[in-house]
Design a protein around this ligand. Structure first.
Ligand code: FAD
Ligand code: MLT
Ligand code: ZN
Length: 455
């Protein structure tokens, strides 16, 4: 990056918010898994939408490439700079508007963390419907940019289903506001809000969002159901879906549970550890009654059931599921494959996946868990070197053979860019490239992410 560009950025943001110090830059230059790294020319920290606009305008003038970054918890390398790019850290945009109880909505700055938004909303008996393990660090802007899913998609849908309005600085250098008033019905042309959601920083830099909120449940009940196979667990889904109180269905396999038990130094509540365990969350006043009906309907024995009816107990059970990513990371660099399968292929995928990985990465540790009711599994492979593409390729190849999706909720980033054409087809990707050229004509926003290089 040209000195003149850095000088212009300093004059827009002030010296304090244009960071060149390698020690301060360092946490912005590597992703959560440690698989992706780069050396940024600088990290800039705009404090308002107007400053973001000026940053984009400077970048256009000087041909500087920008990498938007929120909490840097993304798992596909999309927020990691490639050498010479400038990281735009959006966490100063953390302002939360008043909670609108009439509409059950709130306006949130892109840099607000999920946890801060939840505390704000819960003070009014409301919450954002999307929840995920990285809640203390992940930002609303990052969650919108990736269309994050998490644990309550079965009930409420992903981030896109919560997003009503957006403020964004496009790659063209235009500041656009779309439905920040949160009108529930607004059929006035192309859906810019939906388009920006899941765009992974390639079309615009999100500065504010208008979000739908849902009632914070008065009771939250968690239960573990142990099954002797993934097939049996999948077969229980219709019984789970029959409960109107259903809020989450998370899957864990025995090997993952044993890894977490080792990591936490605690024994799993169900012994012997079942081959496949579902963590089910029920919300609302009928949770307890529903739990009884549900256990009877699935035919799971009492010995293979654990129920937590209070918040502390429920958090104790959730720790098992949420401990998976960190327990895997504690064993080394993790290769992540986040995928969706058609429901009737989940069990085939599960029986074939370990061998498929063993063939390309002998002796690797493979852990599978996920959001079962969404058909969404997370395959984690520990062992292979950071630049070894074979483990994730083996997973994605099997996923496409079985008719699934190579990205369920984490996005494409740099990790899966080679797979976009195989997933979506040439003509759909050409349409996406046309949108990219229209909204980011100079290609300054996150080049190298999501789309394959234009031919
Ligand atoms: P970052 O990692 O900073 O960025 C992610 C992408 O969004 C990048 O492409 C970046 O360029 C872009 N971006 C960030 N902010 C903006 C902005 N303001 N404007 C435009 N583009 C932007 N994900 C799930 O979906 N479900 C889960 O259950 C889940 N659980 C997780 C658990 C753990 C322990 C961890 C570490 C991660 C988990 N994730 C999960 C992944 C991650 O938390 C999500 O992808 C999250 O949405 C990323 O938010 P972030 O603020 O950290 O974004
Ligand atoms: C999860 O559901 O735990 C996350 O998406 C993170 C992961 O895949 O490890
Ligand atoms: Zn997940």
């Amino acid at each position: 990056v040209h000195d003149a560009a850095l000088r212009d950025l300093r004059s827009v943001l002030g010296d304090r918010y244009v960071i060149s110090d390698p020690d301060v830059r360092a946490p912005h230059e590597v992703d959560w898994t440690g698989r992706w790294r780069g050396v940024a020319a600088a990290v800039v920290r705009p404090g308002s939408a107007e400053e973001v606009l000026e940053v984009v305008q400077v970048a256009r003038r000087h041909g500087v490439q920008l990498v938007p970054q929120g909490g840097n918890t993304g798992l596909v390398g999309g927020a990691t700079p490639r050498d010479g790019q400038v990281v735009v850290d959006l966490r100063r945009l953390r302002e939360l508007g008043p909670v609108d109880e009439q509409a059950a909505q709130v306006t949130a700055g892109a840099g607000a963390t999920l946890t801060s938004l939840q505390a704000h909303a819960r003070a009014h008996g409301l919450e954002l419907a999307v929840d995920l393990g990285a809640r203390d660090t992940a930002t609303i802007g990052g969650m919108v940019a990736t269309n994050a899913g998490g644990t309550h998609v079965v009930r409420y849908g992903p981030m896109r289903a919560q997003l009503l309005g957006i403020e964004v600085v496009l790659g063209t250098g235009a500041l656009v506001q779309a439905n920040l008033a949160g009108l529930l019905k607004d059929n006035t042309g192309y859906d810019l809000v939906g388009l920006l959601c899941g765009s992974e920083g390639t079309l615009g830099i999100i500065t504010r969002t208008r979000l739908r909120l849902v009632p914070a449940p008065r009771t939250r009940l968690a239960l573990l159901l142990g099954f002797s196979s993934v097939t049996d667990a999948v077969a229980a889904l219709p019984h789970l879906r029959a409960r109107s109180s259903l809020a989450a269905v998370e899957m864990m396999r025995r090997d993952g549970i044993e890894l977490v038990a080792d990591h936490l130094g605690v024994a799993f509540p169900l012994q012997p550890v079942p081959v496949c365990t579902l963590l089910v969350e029920l919300i609302g006043d009928d949770g307890e009654a529903d739990a009884g009906v549900l256990v009877a309907a699935t035919g799971v024995s009492d010995a293979s059931t654990a129920v937590a009816t209070d918040e502390v107990g429920a958090a104790g059970l959730w720790r098992w599921r949420e401990g998976h990513p960190e327990a895997a990371a504690a064993r080394g660099l993790v290769h992540k494959a986040d995928v969706t399968l058609p429901f009737d292929e989940l069990s085939t995928f599960n029986t074939r996946i370990d061998d498929a990985i063993e063939r390309v990465a002998p002796g690797a540790l493979t852990i599978v868990y996920g959001h079962l009711a969404d058909g969404n599994l997370h395959v984690n492979v520990v062992g292979p070197a950071a630049d070894d593409e074979q483990p994730v390729d083996a997973v994605l190849d099997l996923v496409l053979q079985l008719g699934g999706s190579v990205s369920a909720e984490h996005g494409i980033g740099v990790a899966k860019r080679r797979w976009v054409v195989r997933q979506r087809g040439e003509t759909a990707v050409a349409a996406m490239q046309a949108v990219k050229s229209a909204l980011d004509p100079d290609g300054i926003l996150n080049p190298g992410v999501l789309l394959p290089d234009a031919r």
